[in-house]
Design a protein around this ligand. Structure first.
Ligand code: DC
Length: 686
């Protein structure tokens, strides 16, 4: 998961390959709650690991369920309809799918068996209405107090006296989650009589109610429904564990990849595994909406294949009540359509993680689109001229995922040829709510031209702190990292190991050519593996550095390592450190830093580094050695260590490593956007 402050998405040119998506949030949280209320143990497979499911799991643990987690499988031993814990404060984050059903469960159990519970969340959760659910539960004799504003969390439920004599009424026109909450919880108090829920107003998001009914049936509870107005829970309903249950992949999450395929799977379809035609999720009907815009889609029981069909996409005018979440994706697809797309009947967007109609309109306008918003609709006309945009995400996972599709802008029918635009996603970690690895998954199937992937180079002499600075920058930006010195060190190591004479240029060059090919190379966090063996410690030895300096002067060695270094230029960007990153390997880097520090300062750093690792060291020797190495690196015939003419110099003799990183990050932020015009001439609207 990207935990950076922002994520810069380079312009993307195509989509290909296959993705497997994480489990559905709606199914995961319903299954967790039902398992927790059941008698016996349920093994839940393919559970979504996300903020919202963590909230539910934590709540179930607090309430006395036995929960064992291993990877995406969870074993839950339920409480058989009675809570052993009678007092609890539950923190629900921003998880609507957790707070609503738990409020109903706790209110009913508190009224029937006692207990005092509070439910609270993040500030946004306290702005999301829950009054319709509270108003449905109070007439049943539940004592529910709104601790802040009436009709909103935080809530306290404390006792009461159940009175189930009359029909239970709930509004269905703001959120279907209130009805879901009642349907999931009411079987707890159905011992004496059948219970009937009547829906007031036109029920929205009906497909989510179908998921609820479907899953209740899997747990032994058959609810009878008359139209979408009356639901009856039979007398004596009891939650029975199905033993094992698989969570299908999230159909709403699939919408981003369906859209990506419709926009950019040009040669071959994009394959999506984990969800398909047999899905019980309403958002699978996003497939029809995408088809209406032009996507070509084939499907099997649990897979989809999507490719570009009509192009430009066709603008649509659609009632989106049946796909409220996935419809956001249509609003961004509209940027690639011919004409104006109108999405109607989406009032529920206003009470989601953020006011999604307002948020969507604001951010689409940043890209240059013309947007008209109303109480319950949005109209999007593609930009005449696309603009670089830093997208605010409002702590809303769907805003972040939707707007990643704007990175495909070079393909847009209204794009200016040779002028791709930069898309920055602010606070990318918000995707953790439902799809923590969303961006990694996108990058797996996204294609672009290497010239469009930004590079930051950090060159400088030995022990100047390049490695620390570069890896720090890579972490802060979520970029790939290349420690090019390690490639020369590895070559040197193999040369020594094989007893090759370092002056035999041909033999050493042959070894360099094998690095990363015959001798597979693998970097993992702070470890380096060569040919299946961990060599990290060996590489850090002074002797390895000296041998590297010596063999790196051989022209054949430098040439042999070029392609390997270029291959590190991957999405979403690269920070590369070495001696010739800015001059030879990545001359088109967006930012070049030349890092220096006095020899004395560098010698002291290296000395302290060695001592702290338990190696013996001598300061004078290190100083002399650094001077000799600097001289050799600076004066060698090929790729000498010199600053690139366009490099920014930074003397960090008196800076901490954090201060150096801050300085360079500021240069980077001030230089945004980093996409270069005209780097890719062959990208034209198709
Ligand atoms: O950065 P380092 O100390 O790990 O590098 C080891 C040696 O490799 C260094 O003395 C010079 C050489 N090198 C190089 O010539 N070009 C690079 N891009 C990186 C390192």
């Amino acid at each position: 998961m990207y935990t950076t402050e922002f994520l810069d998405l380079p312009p993307l040119l195509g989509i290909s390959g296959a993705v497997r998506l994480p489990g559905s949030k709606s199914i995961s949280n319903r299954v967790l709650l039902l398992s927790g209320l059941s008698e016996g143990t349920t093994v839940v497979h393919d559970l979504l690991a996300s903020d919202d499911t963590r909230v539910m799991l934590d709540a179930l643990r607090v309430l006395g369920c036995d929960v064992e987690q291993s990877g995406d499988t969870v074993r839950i031993t339920g409480v058989a309809g009675r809570l052993p814990v009678l007092n609890a404060d539950l923190f629900m984050g921003n998880a609507g799918t957790a707070i609503r059903p738990l409020t109903a469960v706790l209110a009913l159990l508190s009224a029937s068996h006692g207990g005092i519970y509070t439910l609270s969340g993040v500030p946004r959760m306290h702005e999301r209405p829950i009054g319709d659910l509270v108003n449905a539960l109070r007439p049943l004799g539940c004592q529910i107090e709104c601790l802040g504003q009436e009709g909103y969390p935080p809530l306290r439920v404390a006792g009461g006296r159940l009175n189930l004599g009359q029909a239970i009424r709930v509004r269905g026109d703001v959120s279907s989650q209130f009805l879901t909450a009642l349907l999931l919880a009411l079987p707890l108090v159905s011992q004496q009589q059948a219970l009937t829920v009547e829906v007031e107003g036109e029920l929205i998001s009906k497909p989510y109610i179908e998921i609820t009914l479907n899953l209740l049936a899997r747990f032994g509870i058959q609810i009878q429904r008359q139209g979408w107005e009356r639901f009856t829970i039979p007398q004596g309903s009891r939650y029975q564990s199905p033993g094992e249950i698989h969570v299908e992949a999230d159909a709403s999450s699939a919408s981003y990849f369906i859209a990506a395929g419709a926009l950019a799977a040009i040669e071959e379809p994009l394959r999506i595994d984990g969800v398909g035609a047999d899905s019980i999720q309403g958002d699978i009907r996003f497939v029809e909406a995408a088809q209406a815009m032009g996507a070509q889609i084939t499907s099997g029981p649990n897979w989809l294949e999507v490719s570009r069909g009509a192009w430009p996409l066709k603008a649509i005018d659609l009632d989106c009540n049946h796909i409220p979440d996935a419809a956001m994706t249509l609003a961004v697809m509209a940027l690639y359509a011919h004409g104006t797309t109108r999405l109607r009947n989406i009032a529920s967007w206003r009470v989601k993680e953020t006011d999604r109609i307002a948020a969507m309109a604001t951010e689409l306008r940043k890209l240059g689109a013309t947007v008209v918003e109303g109480e319950d609709f949005i109209e999007v006309t593609p930009p005449a001229i696309w603009q670089h945009a830093s997208i605010h995400t409002y702590d809303d996972h769907r805003m972040a995922m939707c707007f990643s599709l704007a990175a495909l802008n070079p393909l847009a029918p209204t794009a200016t040829p040779g002028r791709p635009i930069a898309v920055r996603i602010e606070d990318p970690r918000c995707v953790g709510k439902t799809f923590p690895d969303y961006f990694e998954t996108l990058f797996q199937v996204a294609d672009t031209h290497p010239a469009l992937i930004p590079v930051i180079t950090v060159d400088g002499p030995s022990a100047s702190g390049k490695g620390t600075l570069a890896s720090n920058l890579a972490t802060r930006l979520g970029y790939q990292f290349l420690d090019s010195g390690s490639l020369y060190r590895i070559t040197g190591l193999v040369v020594v190991e094989k007893g090759i004479d370092p002056d035999d240029h041909e033999a050493v060059t042959k070894i360099a050519r094998q690095i990363g090919t015959h001798l597979p190379l693998h970097f993992e966090e702070h470890q380096v593996w060569l040919n299946g063996k961990e060599v990290s410690e060996d590489l850090r030895q002074e002797a390895a550095g000296q041998m590297a300096s010596r063999i790196s002067a051989i022209p054949g060695v430098r040439q042999a390592l070029v392609d390997l270094q270029l291959s590190f230029r991957g999405l979403p960007g690269l920070v590369a450190d070495g001696r010739d990153m800015g001059t030879v390997i990545f001359p088109d880097a967006a930012l070049k830093v030349f890092l220096t520090a006095s020899v004395k300062e560098r010698a002291e750093r290296r000395y302290n580094q060695l001592i702290s690792k338990g190696f013996s060291a001598n300061l004078d020797e290190i100083c002399a050695d650094l001077e000799a190495r600097d001289l050799r690196d600076r004066t060698r015939a090929v790729s000498p260590l010199v600053p690139a003419p366009d490099a920014r110099k930074l003397d960090n003799s008196t800076l901490t490593s954090d201060q150096s990183a801050e300085t360079v990050l500021k240069w980077w932020v001030d230089g945004w956007p980093h996409v270069k015009a005209n780097v890719v001439n062959d990208v034209k609207p198709i």
